[in-house]
Ligand binder design. Structure first.
Ligand code: CP
Length: 300
């Protein structure tokens, strides 16, 4: 992979994706081979929004590669509170670290920040924009659970504000995947992403009712309604709880279905599903470590 920064899934070719996933599989097979590889190297974590999985799995990944991490910490206890700009913060932190991981509430912030630094910068979520490292672990999970070609994928929930959806949909155009988008009318995939998918020649269908497509799906990717991104709480209330998966809903699904979710979930997937063979979301979250180890290895 020959990229300076990882900002968007649209940067990734099929070859890039396969390079990362193959490397992640090698690392999972033989973690001892890389455990001292990045001794003395430092990864800077700059998270302007809450995170559990992305931040902790990047932290773990760097440490398992033998490196160290530094963390800006909560915005409230950083100099952001004194009015420091994002551009100034990343210019300072690049002097302390060999690569940066940035999460920020503003769409486009990672691209803007990348223009101020020479070390690799990974977009760990920019508002409702993109989350490309999540996509790599999603693709790894799909590949491990039946393969990435000749499959039918349903992506359901908040397709408007869900950055994991935007990245995943774009990345899936590199594969022979039939994509189905299930959402309330008000949370449809943004028009620019729909155009990108059509331009890429993707087979795309939209639905408001999961039942219309569930029996055909090999993968069902469920997402949380992104409450924090709604300009109006009433708009959120109108769609909250509209799509919930439980054992009854899944009765018509293939036995081989893979149910994924980037997590955190609120009430989109009932806990009873966790005990079934289709539940893959915790495995998916755990795949964040080998995939981010592979990504760091290739970017560093
Ligand atoms: N999937 C994901 O991005 O989770 P976090 O917000 O916990 O990092």
């Amino acid at each position: 992979m020959r990229h300076e920064h990882l900002l968007s899934a649209s940067q990734l070719s099929r070859e890039d994706i396969e390079t990362v996933l193959d490397r992640a599989a090698e690392i999972e097979e033989n973690p001892a081979a890389v455990q001292e590889q990045y001794a003395g190297r430092v990864l800077g974590l700059c998270f302007y929004e809450p995170s559990t999985r992305t931040k902790m799995s990047f932290d773990t990944a760097m440490k398992r590669l033998g490196g160290q991490t530094i963390d800006m910490g909560p915005v409230e206890s950083s100099s952001v509170k004194k009015g420091e700009t994002l551009a100034d913060t990343v210019r300072v932190v690049e002097g302390y670290a060999d690569a940066l991981v940035l999460r920020h509430p503003k769409e486009g912030s990672a691209k803007m920040a990348s223009e101020f630094v020479d070390v690799p910068l990974i977009n760990a979520g920019d508002g409702a924009g993109q989350h490309p490292s999540q996509t790599l672990l999603d693709l790894y999970t799909i590949r491990e659970n039946g393969g990435l070609d000749d499959i039918t994928v349903g992506i359901m929930g908040d397709l408007k504000y869900g950055r994991t959806v935007h990245s995943l949909a774009e990345a899936l155009t590199n594969f022979d995947v039939s994509q189905h988008f299930i959402s309330p009318e008000s949370l449809r995939l943004p028009r620019n992403i729909r155009y990108d998918l059509h331009d890429a020649g993707a087979q795309v269908r939209e639905h408001t009712d999961l039942d219309d497509i569930l029996p055909e799906l090999d993968v069902l990717y469920v997402t949380r309604i992104q409450r924090e991104r709604f300009p109006d709480e009433n708009e959120y209330r109108q769609v909250a709880g509209e799509y919930q998966i439980d054992d009854d809903v899944l009765a018509d699904a293939k036995d081989s279905l893979t149910v994924m979710h980037p997590l955190p979930r609120v009430d989109e997937i009932a806990p009873e599903v966790d005990e079934t063979a289709v539940a893959t979301y915790f495995e998916q979250a755990h795949n964040g470590v080998p995939v981010r180890m592979a990504l760091l290895d290739l970017l560093l």
